[in-house]
Ligand binder design. Sequence first.
Ligand code: PGA
Length: 255
Amino acid sequence: MRIPYIAANWKMNMIANTGLLPEQEYADAIIATLTGLGDTPAEVSVFCPYTHLTLMGEMSENQFNVGAQNMSGTPCGAYTGDVNADILQDVGIDHVLLGHSECRKYHNETDSQITQKLGVAMNRGMYAVVCIGETDAQNQAGHTYDVLQNQLRVALDNDVSPERLVIAYEPLWAIGTGRLPRTDDISDIHTHIRTFLGDTYGMDFSDTVRIIYGGSVTADNASEILALSDVDGVLVGGASLHSDTFCQILSAVGT
Ligand code: PGA
């Protein structure tokens, strides 16, 4: 059984400055929501800025995962501004988001760098969420499946443990725009990704790996998205910046 996976991506933001310790409130709200789900299992990951990793790690009380939004794929050395797996694991962080479209766009990250990073994550026993997604133009031209398959083929050119991998399908044109694909399309694309994974890496792999949707997920649309076949969770950007909306999305797992 694939446990629903609900992830927050704070991006380059801090949690709303509404309390003395908003991070504590955020962590407490997740823990309370998970408790409220009772027997319904759910796995939560919070991908926060590097500076918040240790604090959020402590506040998570091991009830949810705390992860980095990216990492370097190279060993320690003269790479100013970068953070690699050694540094993350040194502070107890084993979860990482890889290949987010904003990293691909603003840091010119290539598919082969994502392959390298995922290889490091897998070798180090880490857990990775790998983002894939097509642009608006690629979508309009009917190239979505080809783009996704290519991204997957390159990223998964590694010895990958399906238990430690989550694939996030995030159409670039849906990120931060409020424009969602039709629910039928989300469902079809997820099923297509799973079929491709089964054909390429075997049924055990495709039955185990979780495929989640990201792009303009809100408290209002989460239930509908989470109910779709082959959708194993959601990756939430803007709506994860407030604990109340993020926890409403998490609660939708149980509906
Ligand atoms: P969004 O971002 O929920 O604000 O659209 C999603 C993401 O970029 O992961």
